[in-house]
Design a protein around this ligand. Structure first.
Ligand SMILES: *Cc1c(COP(=O)(O)O)cnc(C)c1O
Length: 361
């Protein structure tokens, strides 16, 4: 068996210990004689799995008791619709535009109401997080939407904006559980699992309890109502059972490795290694403003398409996967989520040094 360093933006690398445990439990989960995949979601065994996953997530993220945790299907993309369907009053929504996923979210929200863009970094191809100190929400808006970590452009908020009296919605898909987060700053947080916490097919929603009382828009399907999911403990219908089980193993892995403070420290070390190299390189440069840099998705380029292609070819041969940047940025992107070991980043930087030496006169 050979595992390679996988820098995919998502679905992405998972902790080897978790995969190993899942493999060990594949055919016979704790003496049940069946795989978690084959288990009724109404069984005692499965109820314990989902309860423990939720309890561990609450511990990891220090989630206050007035927030509900939901395991939902449909990815981050369904949340782009569920948020306006469930939290509308005036059908006016404020958006902070920081990349591809905010655009997608805005487009979806426009199905249901009017969107005001209150800040944007599109003027410089989303290479920074706008300064929001003096940005105000619109008075009649139902909520403000932000995207914490911009997976494609490699930017991340270093400080969360404050909009007094407004519900702040955070798409935290690609930064979720990479560092501690103050849940109370937000009315709702969602995160697709496949970036940092599990397999595709699960999206985690953390919602302040009082928001469940808002009447969903007419025509909202039953399964897309937060209240229905909350009242049924995420089991109104069959939930993504196996995915939730893996997320649960990842939450335990985080707890066993020092929690989010330790994740943050490790992630900062990994990112610093890469960014420090980029800052001193003669042929590579980072594409993002320094004070907006993501710890999870590191975007860089040589500024030359042929050199980029040669770098990516060589990277494949050297045993690195998925380093190609998204087409809207070009160049390269190394996604270094929690489960990417320091050794993976060290190996990547060593290859970059070699490449630099071979391609500079
Ligand atoms: C990947 C991603 C999404 C979309 O997730 P899907 O599960 O593919 O719907 C949304 N927001 C962010 C920030 C992402 O990284």
């Amino acid at each position: 068996m050979k595992r390679i360093y996988n820098f995919s933006a998502g679905p992405a690398v998972l902790p080897e210990e978790v995969l190993q445990q899942a493999a060990d439990e594949m055919l016979d989960y704790k003496g049940s004689g069946m795989s978690v995949m084959e288990m009724s979601h109404r069984s005692k065994n499965y109820q314990a799995i989902i309860d423990e996953a939720e309890a561990d997530l609450r511990k990891v993220l220090n989630i206050p008791s007035n927030y509900k945790v939901l395991f939902v299907q449909g990815g981050g993309t369904v949340q782009f619709a569920m948020v306006p369907m469930n939290l509308s009053k005036n059908r006016i929504y404020d958006f902070i535009m920081t990349g591809h996923w905010s655009k997608r979210a805005k487009k979806e929200a426009e199905i249901f109401g009017k969107v005001n863009v209150i800040a944007s970094s599109e003027d410089k191809n989303f290479s920074y997080i706008p300064n929001l100190d003096n940005v105000k929400a619109t008075s009649e808006s139902d909520f403000v939407c932000m995207c914490d970590n911009n997976t494609i452009f490699g930017t991340k908020y270093k400080k969360y904006p404050e909009f007094p009296g407004k519900i702040l919605i955070n798409d935290a898909s690609s930064s979720f559980l990479s560092e501690p987060m103050d849940v109370t700053k937000f009315g709702l947080i969602f995160a697709g699992a496949q970036k940092n916490v599990g397999p595709a097919g699960v999206v985690i929603v953390i919602i302040r309890e009082d928001l469940l009382d808002n009447e969903p828009l007419p025509g909202t399907p039953t399964l897309l109502k937060y209240k229905v999911l909350a009242d049924a403990g995420s089991m109104y219908n069959t939930p993504p059972t196996y995915g939730i089980y893996i997320c649960g193993l990842v939450f335990k892995w985080i707890l066993n490795h020092g929690g989010l403070e330790a994740m943050k420290e490790r992630n900062e070390k990994k990112a610093a290694l890469l960014y420090n190299y980029l800052d001193n390189s003669k042929i590579f440069k980072g594409t993002v403003e320094k004070n907006s840099r993501s710890l999870m998705n590191v975007c860089f380029t040589t500024g030359n398409d042929e050199l980029n292609a040669a770098f990516l070819d060589g990277a494949k041969n050297a045993g690195f996967a998925n380093l190609k940047g998204h087409r809207s940025v070009g160049g390269m992107r190394a996604s270094i989520y929690n489960a990417m070991p320091m050794a993976g980043v060290e190996a990547l930087v060593a290859y970059m040094r070699e490449f630099e030496a071979a391609h500079s006169k």
